[in-house]
Ligand binder design. Sequence first.
Ligand code: 4AZ
Length: 276
Amino acid sequence: MSRPFARALTASLSVLTAAAVLPVSSAAPAAADGGIIGGRQVQVSDSPWTVAVSSRDRFGGTRAGQFCGGVVVARTMVLTAAHCMSRSVLGVARGEVRDLKVIAGRSDLRADEGAEIPVREAWVNPDYDGSTNSGDVAVLTLATPLPEGYVLPMADEGDPAYEPGTRAEVYGWGDTTGAGDYAHTLRAAQVHVLPDSVCQEAYPGNSDGTYLPASMLCAGEARGGKDACQGDSGGPLVARGELIGLVSWGSGCGRAGSPGVYTRVSEVLRVLRKHS
Ligand code: 4AZ
């Protein structure tokens, strides 16, 4: 592992231990009016840790090249999903993508507000397993730091935010219908942390993946209707003002009996400590 990653990680972990829970302005849920799936339009100023991961070279310019979500966990450190950095998503090897950027402070991808920050280095979890989807995390090191107020603390193991029944919000610019209708503006949906048993029953192991509770987190609504979807991957699942999950996978979007599966952030912390 290279030095810049280790430095960013050290910074991040000191932020983590120093930070009290960031008071997230919990925008009162307005009436539901569409997706992420079953979500609502929100302003990125209320969730500045939510960023878009972009490459215009690979994905075109109409939505500023957005193809995944990400979350700011230190001033120069963004987490996203490992699968967002894969050849199957990028179409080429990651090293061939010359214009990988993080877009911060921009709710509407058609606007030019906020900042586009080049990614100086992308580190993909070497333990990511594309068959189960476990370990689905990558770290993007930014060329220039974001303001401290953009940083969202990560919930460590044992944090009450992981308890089943906890309300959580998922954010992204992804598909709002499951039919390839990608959002131009940031959206959020309120879901609940679900017991591991729900996802173990839904995903005992098939071509989509295998639910592994040590490294994954199950969230959604029993009836379906609220969920993350394609294009939201790598984006944040937030509970009690802390990051608990990264959008990772699931079977379809918003279907009853097929909850969303997230990368468990307490496991991300373990992975980061192991590699720092
Ligand atoms: C995807 O394809 C994807 N409903 C992300 C999240 C979910 C399903 C698919 C969860 O990136």
